[in-house]
Design a protein around this ligand. Sequence first.
Ligand code: AMP
Length: 188
Amino acid sequence: MSPQVSASPSLCVFCGARMGRNPVHQAAARATGLAIAAEGWRLVYGAGDVGLMGEVARAAQEAGAATLGVIPTHLLAMEVGKRDLTTFIVTETMHERKKVMFMNADAIALLPGGAGSLDEFFEVLTWAQIGLHAKPIWLVDVGGYWQPLLALLDHVIAEGFADPSLRGQFHVLADVPALQAAMRSFRA
Ligand code: AMP
């Protein structure tokens, strides 16, 4: 599962199906969609039209980026499947959704989100930890949202339940401009 960088690389974005309370997250989601388009990348995501997911997708689309969304049948109504994407894929299961998203990604970004986003982040992190892939994982710490998660991971390492190298399996980026810079240097 080594990365294959195409002329137009794809960024898989994991983020909330809700907007969250702090408006800074909605703004960051929008900025992420715009950055994807500005850098000539394609958005890969969970195909929902709700919360931060919908915000990233609408901004990317409006700014001219190609988009690929993957959603399982049973979430089509709940997450309002966004059918006007460049490519819209419906899977039978959640596992297939995550697999199709991952296989179509050159890099992964985590924006603020809830349990679903955490699940997605930990899956690609643990796959990296056991050497299944080397795709960059960019944790975008919008407004310090992920500080408790980083503290938990440090705690896990300090208590001897993970190797310190775990912290090297992903990159913490302070904001969306830093994410955009990471996308640019990845291509370079
Ligand atoms: P959330 O961060 O909880 O708002 O969820 C963000 C996205 O993750 C949504 O598209 C959810 O459908 C998805 N999600 C929720 N639970 C899971 C799970 N167990 N595995 C994979 N994705 C999930």
